[in-house]
Structures are given as C-alpha cells and as structure tokens.
Design a protein around this ligand. Structure first.
Ligand SMILES: O=C(O)CCC(=O)C(=O)O
Ligand SMILES: [Fe+2]
Length: 265
C-alpha cells in the first residue's frame, strides 16, 4: 500500500523556505499524505499559516469554543474539548457537499489517545482494484449530496492536478445516485439501489482484510497534510472511546478551498 511519506527533518513551527514548500506540495500529490513527525506544539495560528501554502482556507464547520482559531476545526472524544462524532458516518472526502470539494486537509494531533487512528485509502488504488464490470458501473454514476441541494458530482473523475482517476464521495452524506447524468439515458437510482451502492463502495474499501487501507496511529507531534481529493478517510470507532478509557483525543483540522468542480474530463 503506497500511501504516505514520512518526514523527520522539517520543523513546521519554524520558517520553511519557498523551495521546501514547493517540494512538500509535490510530495503531497505523489504520496497523498505527507506525515511530519516530532513537530512539538503547533499553534492554531501556525496551523493556519502552513495551510495558506496550499490556498485559501474554507471552514464550513461548527466552531467549538475551545478551537484555537476560527479556521481550525477542533475534534475530540470529549465534547467540552472539541466536536464529537466527526468522520464517523462513513468513508469520505472532506467537502463533497461543496461545488468545489476541498483540495487539501491538514491535521495536527494536539492530544494523543491510546487508540483512535484515522484510516486512509488511496482512491486511485481503489479504482484500479475494481473488476472491469464494477468500474464500468461506477464510471456511469454521479453522487447527489444530502446538503446544499443541487450539488451533483461524478463518482469517478480525473484528479485536477495529477489527472489520475479519483472518487468524489461521502458514504454518510449522500442523498442518492444518478446513472448517466446529463444524457438521454439519465436515471435516478432508487433508495434501495443507493444503499446498495454505498455498501458496495464501503466493501470495496475494506476488502481483502483492509489491504488498501493505511491506518494512522497518531503519535505526539504528528502533523499530516493530505491530498483530500485523492484519499478517502474515516475516523476509526476508537476515536469516540471515552477519555476514561483511551485518554483525551484532540485533533485540529483545516481545509483548503477547492479550485475545481469535479468533471468527467
Ligand atoms: O478524527 C479523525 O480521525 C478524522 C475526522 C475527520 O473525518 C475529519 O476531521 O475530517
Ligand atoms: Fe473528514
């Protein structure tokens, strides 16, 4: 499973040269996740500064009172510390409900629990692992988001930067699917069929004993930059375990405005 590049020799809390920033950007698209180790404390302010390397921030979430910055989404297993149950409704990319889904998500673990991984999957690897028949069916599908009525995205489309096939999806926030959208064969899938497709996507992600999945076990000082359009992710069940069992989990996340409307070509 080729997913993630580990970096030990950059201190994000300190100034980073433009040349290194450009290399990080290339790495994010090549490896989908760039995992910076041993970063010590990264303030909300600095998290936002790093995020701006990738574009404008766009925040669509509930602002928790403990959030260190209006653009930092603070998630936790303790509702007094951050928002609970985030990323637990199913595998997804962030911002699938936006006309232009977020280009990047940046994560910093502020408090590390004993268990509570974030699981990631390369969407291009997932697509390549499909049987030709299944891929053909998925290629014809478009997802209708359950928010901001009217947002319809192709399920499979070329990534705007790498042009590799990727998925626009959210297994917990999909109203339905349309087959052959925009053609004279266009059909809206029934509710039953929608449920079946969502299950099929889930089963493809976790198949073969989760061989496509990289589960990130957070360690103190981890900071991850993800190519949000190229990886699906899910918070594992342990992320919601009580503080008394696994200790306090606090994860900060920022999201970067997308620049492209997913399109078939
Ligand atoms: O808590 C996590 O591990 C990830 C939650 C999530 O999906 C997100 O922050 O976008
Ligand atoms: Fe997410």
């Amino acid at each position: 499973m080729k997913l993630g590049k580990l970096i030990y020799d950059i201190k994000l809390a300190e100034p980073v040269s433009q040349q290194v920033i450009e290399q990080i950007k290339r790495d994010v698209h090549e490896h989908l996740l760039v995992i910076f180790k041993n970063q010590g404390f990264i303030s909300g302010e600095r998290h936002v500064e790093i995020s701006k390397w990738f574009g404008n921030l766009e925040s669509t979430f509930y602002k928790h009172p403990k959030s260190p910055h209006p653009d930092v989404f603070r998630v936790s297993n303790d509702e007094r510390e951050g928002c609970r149950n985030v990323g637990r409704t199913g595998w997804h990319i962030d911002g699938s409900f936006m006309k232009k889904p977020f280009g990047y998500s940046l994560y910093y673990i502020e408090s590390v629990p004993k268990s509570g991984d974030t699981a990631f999957v390369s969407l291009n690897e997932l697509i390549k692992s499909l049987t030709p028949d299944k891929r053909d069916r998925w290629e014809r599908l478009w997802m209708i988001s359950d928010r901001r009525a009217g947002v319809i995205h192709p399920l499979i489309y070329p990534h705007p930067v790498t042009r590799l096939s990727t998925l626009c999806f959210h297994l917990g926030m999909t109203e339905g699917f349309v087959c052959d959208y925009g053609t004279d064969r266009q059909t809206i899938m029934s509710e039953q069929e929608t449920i079946r497709i969502l299950e099929e996507i889930h089963n493809e992600i976790i198949k073969d004993d989760r061989r496509l999945i990289y589960s990130h076990k957070w360690e103190d000082g981890d900071f991850i930059i993800s190519d949000n359009l190229a990886v699906g992710h899910e918070a594992t069940p342990e992320t919601q375990y009580p503080v008394s069992e696994v200790g306090l989990r606090v994860l900060h996340r920022t999201t970067i405005q997308g620049t492209n409307i997913p399109s078939k070509n």
